[in-house]
Design a protein around this ligand. Structure first.
Ligand code: NAD
Length: 265
């Protein structure tokens, strides 16, 4: 069987790097793009199978340079096309009431989370087509793409939009045998959710422990997810067991009951 090949955005740290490492351990070749040049440079030879380059998904020229590099490397290896695009890049955006959302922060959040998915995906489709049937797109949405979430307007808007695009792309590309799914993690243990909790606590005058308790109380399992939970779903979707799964928004979240907050606090 041909070595499988993935492109993953925002893969120099966090969930993206965890997915990249897991796929590399499974024998994949992974092209990682990330806007953080220092984090890209820090990826060392221990990351066997991982090739990385700076790529800001919100910048069309940066995305173009990234894919030009991917294509020339594929050519040098005598390979054609990719099996998987993981649209992982997404920023949390501001924590503020809707009327207080700064316009530039709104635009930046939509620019990375939504426009970035558009720019990365339109360029990947011809490469995915070369390995169809069986190739796939997985986009990182969020439980904020399934529920309303106070104080997170731009993030919510972008993550709902990604699910609409997932279902649309699944319909456009399905007849060619390209599957398209979204993963919707709940709060994932790690520095990113710690920053979100700290911003929420500051906005509402609560302690960090109170906000963390509130977030866990939003789920039936009273839990946060882990990077490994998310990574395992990517591996499942790319295994034979995932071969008929497309057009889905799959929550990995301990069953979110709602994302409501005590706004009177
Ligand atoms: P993170 O904040 O830890 O960031 C991971 C990487 O994203 C960093 O290396 C950063 O440089 C890169 N990045 C940021 N902007 C970029 C851009 N414009 N172009 C390319 N790379 C960029 O994020 P994470 O926690 O690993 O989250 C990954 C994805 O999962 C995001 O889409 C996020 O919205 C989603 N998600 C995360 C959580 C969570 O609790 N962490 C929950 C639900 C969904």
């Amino acid at each position: 069987m041909k070595r499988r090949i993935a492109v993953i955005s925002a893969a120099a740290s966090g969930i993206g790097l965890a997915i990249a490492e897991a796929l590399c351990a499974d024998g994949w070749l992974v092209y990682a793009g990330d806007q953080d040049a220092a984090a890209v440079a820090a990826l060392g030879p221990e990351h066997d199978g991982l090739a990385a380059m700076v790529c800001d998904v919100s910048d069309a020229a940066s995305v173009e340079r990234f894919y030009a590099w991917v294509e020339s490397d594929l050519l040098a290896r005598g390979a054609a096309g990719i099996d998987l695009l993981v649209n992982n890049a997404g920023i949390a955006g501001p924590t503020a009431r809707f009327e207080d959302q700064p316009v530039d922060a709104w635009n930046a959040t939509i620019g990375v989370n939504l426009n970035g998915m558009f720019l990365m995906t339109r360029r990947a489709i011809p490469l995915l087509r070369q390995r169809a049937p069986g190739s796939a797109i997985i986009t990182m949405s969020s439980t904020a793409g399934l529920f309303g979430c106070p104080l997170r307007g731009p993030y919510v808007a972008s993550k709902w939009a990604l699910i609409g695009l997932t279902k649309t792309l699944a319909m456009e590309l399905g007849p060619e045998g390209i599957r398209v799914n979204a993963i919707c993690p709940g709060s994932v243990e790690g520095p990113r959710i710690d920053r979100v909790i700290a911003a929420d606590a500051a906005e509402r005058g609560l302690t960090i422990a109170e906000v963390e308790h509130e977030y866990k109380r939003q789920t039936s399992l009273r839990t946060f997810a882990t990077r490994e939970d998310v990574t395992a779903m990517v591996q499942y979707l790319m295994s034979p067991a995932g071969a008929r799964i497309s057009g889905q928004a799959i929550a990995i979240d301990g069953h979110t009951e709602s994302l409501s907050l005590d706004m009177e606090a």
